[in-house]
Design a binder for this molecule. Structure first.
Ligand SMILES: CC(C)(COP(=O)(O)OP(=O)(O)OC[C@H]1O[C@@H](n2cnc3c(N)ncnc32)[C@H](O)[C@@H]1OP(=O)(O)O)[C@@H](O)C(=O)NCCC(=O)NCCS
Length: 139
């Protein structure tokens, strides 16, 4: 792990810095980074946001929603491309898990680029995950 990386918890972040961080790695192509209001809401309504910093540069983010007693949904995990594979992603998850508490299971949907990452750091695959889009009517 890079020794000089500082971790902070909290969502009082500069929106442009967050958007720039998403764009600095492949997650930028998978999140609505061109819709500032949407990203602003994503940030404001998340209740566990952990960021990694190299001085004034934001180099990683974990954005999660937790009830702090049963489930923590880890929605976004992103590490600036030039800082990847240095232990930052794992530390962001560890701090997110810690903030959610020992009774909360961390749940996520992996981006295709990270499907081999999560088992590597200890996640187990769940084969009955289901989702329905917000605009998709129930049958
Ligand atoms: C996936 C991601 C968050 C991983 O963060 P990271 O800081 O680069 O990873 P870490 O340094 O914590 O890696 C921990 C271990 O997993 C390995 N690893 C890292 N990325 C991996 C990948 N994509 N596939 C498989 N293994 C990977 C590392 O080599 C390391 O192994 P080691 O402990 O044997 O040295 C980061 O690469 C990223 O932001 N990718 C682009 C966005 C993305 O896909 N995010 C996930 C959205 S669900």
């Amino acid at each position: 792990m890079i020794k000089s990386i500082e971790y902070r918890i909290g969502n009082a972040l500069d929106l442009d810095q967050v958007i720039e961080l998403y764009r600095s790695c492949s997650l930028g192509g998978r999140r609505p980074v061109d819709d500032r209001d949407r990203v602003r809401a994503m940030l404001a309504n998340a209740n566990i946001v952990v960021t990694a910093w190299d001085g004034e540069l934001m180099v990683g983010i974990s954005r999660a929603i937790s009830d702090f007693s049963y489930a923590t949904y880890l929605s976004d995990l992103a590490v600036r491309e030039s800082y990847q594979r240095a232990g930052i992603g794992k530390e962001l998850i560890r701090r997110t898990q810690l903030a959610g508490g020992t009774q909360a299971t961390v749940i996520l949907l992996s981006a295709p680029a990270a499907v081999d990452y999560y088992p590597r750091v200890g996640f187990e695959r769940h084969d009955s995950c289901w989702l329905i889009r917000g605009d998709q009517p129930l049958r």
